[in-house]
Design a protein. Sequence first.
Length: 251
Amino acid sequence: MWKIENDHSRPVITAQAHINGCHRDAVLNLPQTALLFFMHGGIEFVNKNYQTKMYRDKFPRFLKSCAIYRFVNYDICFLDGGCGAPQAADTLETLAALGVKNVISVGMFGAFSDKTETGDIIVPDKAFVEEGTSLHYYGEIEYSQPQKDLLRLALNNIENAKTYPIVSTDAVYRQTFLKENFWRKKGIVGVDMETSALFSVGKILEMNVVSVLIASDKHPLYENEEKWKWKMTSDKRKEFFGKCIQFAFSI
């Protein structure tokens, strides 16, 4: 059983209770905007290329704590978002409890459409739900969406960014050729593991959430085509991070 209709009982534990109960020395006064990195190298890139300062070495989320930082000259914090929908939701819940209102998610997606190629940047206008986390917040949900103003701002500020639907899944080894063809028929161009949960949980928490993704690879569309290959490069990562950070500065 997932979300029970008319369940008005309180959670056994909340993000605020976890912060108060386990991390009394880590109470943070965070800015209203946060950058979440769901890909390797983002935190290192920011700290190397911008003036930054560490808030705490342990961000008080429930799953695998991490360091949290801020820009010296901009009222924006940034941290590793985690891996997968459960940790993404944990991070959002914790940020919300600490006063954050705007969230920019920075990550990768696997492309499986003729509309996208490796290195393309998209700002999804919807994310179909094939992860389980969202179903603990909604009794029924097909897809979730970003906050409209942030979506518009991202498309206006990130050079060559496109907008298409994606899908988020928990099962990386069950993306069959048949399933990806089914997704394409819905207009979906790629897959990740977090975006639909970020959008759905963000809405419940009354947060403004947008996701900016780069195509790390392109899947073969048919079984007789060339096998999947990882094509993300260090230079593409750095250029992408720079664009996302400049977008964050525009908010």
